[in-house]
Design a protein around this ligand. Sequence first.
Ligand code: MN
Ligand code: MN
Length: 466
Amino acid sequence: MSEKTVGQEMLDALSYKKKNIYEEATPEKISAIMEYAKGYAKYLDEGKTEREAVGAAIEIAKAAGYTEYKFGDSISVGDKKYLNQHGKSVILFRVGENDIEKEGIRILAAHVDSPRLDLKQIPMYEDAGMAFLKTHYYGGVKKYQWTAIPLALHGVMVKADGETVDVKIGEDDSDPVFYINDLLPHLGQRQSAETLGNAISGETLNILIGGLPYDDKEVGEKIKLTALSLLHDKYGVTEEDFLSAELSLVPAFKARDIGFDRALMAAYGHDDRVCSYPAVTALVDTPDSKHTVMVVLADKEEIGSVGITSMQSDFLVDLIDEISSSLGKNRIVVRSKSKCLSADVTACYDPNFADVYEKRNSAMISCGTTMSKYTGSRGKSSTNDASAEFVAFIRRLFRDNGVVWQTAELGKVDMGGGGTVAMYIANHNIETVDLGVPVISMHAPYEVVSKADVYSTYEAFVAFIK
Ligand code: MN
Ligand code: MN
């Protein structure tokens, strides 16, 4: 092997370069990455709505000895608890030996809601020999992507007497699936001339649910009646019960490996279960940590983090206050010393759409978990811009623990933008920075991530809380 030139040595010492994890990984590391992805795929398939993802996270926590906490319960060192916020958000927390007035709480915050199609309150109708359900989309969806794919119906119907009926149809191979009609290209001349955002309108996202007329010559709307009678037989519900229901259509796809080499994986809802799962597993895999740790899985991020189960709800600070007062600590000091990784996805550089990215400052696939010092849009509008000091603290932590990571902005400065929950946590006087997995085709019904980046995010979280 030839010796490095002086210039080459200088270049290696002084310049910064991202590393592809797969390129540098040992065979053992690659099998750890592949193995971890299997557990993640299972979590994805079990939790396609925020309620299901919360349920799956609680199951993982319970298996690790976590028990339910309710506001008002006292808390002591050594406790492993979960706070179930209306079944749609959850905080898993563990109280460590270290003094929280000196070092605060280590917080990992991710979200478990994903873009989808919700049913309207009076959804069912019949037209031209078919029955349908009206929808109202949730979060940032490109509407054309949701037509002509298999959809599954998930959610709850709560009857007037309070009984909750869980609905899940379209996930078993023997289940029927649901569908949104699209226009045949032969008659699509006018549609093709429309802009991408207008070609499919919100009011055409109607779910095809049936075609069999009820066996009674005398009644009208026979196909709708068949659907209602089947729902009544299976769940004991009537049309009025849709008024107090949360039913959503999500892609019926299962998580699958992508490509010949299986380095990447596709699934519905990587955003943001791809950060939720590493957060939960990092927590249960670090039982000896002396830190007090909270893992927050929040709802409603995709619609602006509003409402009682969202990251802007007080339940996060209320819990910090409760932990502080139970331990006889000053809650204001505790918050000021706490640190948070706001764990959400970012856009992965995509050579197919290169012109919207600024390559030097984009997340590159398989180059590791991605820190975004700031998010927002235009002139850094609506972002928590983490301090250089806090970024340096995280850098040091990752360096000392061998975490391969990178930093990125979403895309070119004037191309658009986005934000997540970091700023809401930072508003509570908690130091926060964004960290998460780069995603290809974010918000599409089927998104792609690198298994190496998922594992790197897990390693980053372990380093932060251990
Ligand atoms: Mn997200
Ligand atoms: Mn999102």
